[in-house]
Design a protein around this ligand. Structure first.
Ligand SMILES: Nc1ncnc2c1ncn2[C@@H]1O[C@H](COP(=O)(O)OP(=O)(O)OP(=O)(O)O)[C@@H](O)[C@H]1O
Length: 472
């Protein structure tokens, strides 16, 4: 019997083979840990971002959107603390020269040994060094335990803005989208005339010079974030924290992420950033272990106050009811678009035994239909039916991403669509068009990806049927 285990190797191979994700700059030997989204991948990721925008901006009564610039005044990053503290603890193996992030080295060691008595996130640099020495934590590269001291490595990418070297300014590629929201707090409040509580959402690229990227699109150097900064009255922040924690959870599970693959890890007091009152990491069970998907944090008034101090501009809000000025508190749910896309790929991947005796196994990507790259595929039963099928295809394409396939047996075509997660296959057959003896019935057969069941539907009902199926 075929091994139906879900592994990263299989998922990466499917992504590459079917056009979800390719290695970046592949014909030049690639560029470490850069990935390009292919024709199916760009649809999937756009659908993920759209599903987020729909629930967080369109349907949420409190929030509005923003698209801020990637390059910002460098003072922003001084105020935010990124220039001084956005560092990873870098450690080198003296024996094989492999470079590691000390915290990840310890985390992997703990996972492998099954120990749960230590919390890496709460450790100081000195405690990490001591732990590695005391426990003889081995280098994953060569197995020896002979490391340098830890050095701090700033993760921000630098570049130059300006025409000539001497007149140019050093600028950073933003390492998060959040600061674009904070610096626009007053603009948005003034122009939308929103009262607290209200939130600002943004989707966009962020850049981090990660020491140890990897695990496919889980940790990359150029990635997209979907961030919300939710501003509220101090004292109401913990209630809003609970609201957004639940809202984020529901967004994931409504898109078919199973609760059993999700872990909401609340930070212990000693692990909390000094400005945070509460933080929850949403972790997903990837084939390589638990990994953070979404960080939800109560950041108090830290960010706005930092910007007030460094820019000299007033960041307070005037509360008309209370007749007083104050700096709002902030709840921040921060999600990686690529990481959550990987989670959706992993969750969707399934090898279903159709017939054990014949060793017949089909690969199905069980995406929520709202996320599936194609909403349906139009398949003529025979090439002769091409023109009639293309009419159906052209009509549906006005509303949805639709695939068209006339190559090979119908069974093979179904399997190809299963493998890319197309929720519905629409087959045009001879009854659809009729002949000299039988009148056309103007109906098509619609096959469901998950149940493999078929229904016969009039062509003019297809649009409504698909719309209902993909609703989110
Ligand atoms: N290098 C990366 N590649 C892909 N996504 C990332 C990367 N770094 C962060 N993200 C995403 O952005 C979200 C918010 O960023 P945040 O700064 O809280 O991450 P982090 O705690 O630094 O993540 P990690 O501990 O995994 O490095 C993360 O939960 C993740 O989904």
């Amino acid at each position: 019997m075929k091994n139906t285990e879900k592994t990263m190797e299989k998922i990466v191979a499917l992504c590459k083979g079917r056009g979800f994700v390719y290695p970046g700059s592949e014909i030049y030997g690639g560029l470490a840990n850069s990935w390009d989204y292919g024709p199916l991948g760009v649809e999937l990721k756009n659908n993920v971002k759209r599903a987020w925008w729909k629930k967080f901006v369109q349907e949420n009564p409190y929030n509005v959107g923003l698209d801020a610039a990637i390059l910002m005044n460098p003072q922003v990053w001084v105020a935010s603390g990124h220039v001084s503290t956005f560092n990873d603890p870098l450690i080198d193996c003296k024996a094989c020269k492999m470079r590691h992030r000390a915290d990840k080295l310890i985390e992997d060691y703990l996972q492998e040994t099954g120990r749960t008595d230590v919390n890496v996130e709460a450790m100081t640099q000195e405690e990490m060094v001591a732990f590695i020495r005391d426990n003889n934590v081995p280098c994953p590269g060569c197995g020896k335990s002979d490391f340098t001291d830890i050095r701090k490595f700033n993760l921000m990418f630098k570049t130059h803005q300006g025409v000539t070297e001497d007149s140019s300014t050093e600028v950073y590629l933003r390492p998060e989208t959040a600061q674009g929201i904070f610096v626009n707090f007053q603009n948005i409040q003034r122009t939308t005339r929103k009262k607290l509580p209200f939130g600002v959402c943004q989707v966009g690229k962020s850049f981090r010079n990660e020491i140890t990227p990897g695990n496919f699109i889980f940790r990359i150097r150029e990635f997209e974030q979907m961030e919300l900064e939710f501003f509220c009255q101090p004292g109401t922040d913990l209630e809003w924290f609970a609201y957004w924690r639940q809202y984020c959870h529901d967004w994931l599970t409504n898109l078919n992420i199973k609760d059993e693959n999700l872990r909401l890890r609340d930070h212990e007091p000693e692990e909390l950033a000094f400005y945070s009152k509460a933080t929850t990491d949403f972790e997903f069970m990837f084939p390589f272990g638990w990994g953070e998907l979404w960080g939800v944090a109560d950041r108090t008034d830290y960010d706005l106050k930092q910007h007030q101090e460094h820019s000299g501009k007033d960041m307070t809000y005037f509360d008309q009811e209370k007749n007083e000025h104050y700096v709002p508190y902030v709840i921040e749910p921060s999600l990686g678009a690529d990481r959550v896309t990987l989670a959706f790929l992993v969750e969707a991947y399934d090898e279903e035994v159709v017939d054990a005796e014949k060793n017949d196994v089909r690969t199905v990507m069980r995406f929520h239909p709202a996320l599936a790259p194609f909403k349906c595929a139009v398949l003529p039963l025979s090439k002769k039916l091409g023109p009639a099928a293309q009419e159906v295809y052209a009509e549906l394409s006005k509303y949805f991403m639709v695939d068209y396939d006339e190559a090979g047996s119908i069974g093979k075509r179904y399997r190809r669509q299963d493998e890319i997660g197309t929720p519905l296959c629409v087959t045009v057959d001879f009854q659809t068009v009729g002949d000299e003896n039988t009148p056309a019935d103007h109906c098509v057969t619609v096959r469901d990806r998950d149940t493999m069941e078929q229904v016969r539907l009039p062509i003019d009902q297809l649009k409504a049927y698909i719309e209902e199926k993909i609703a989110f």
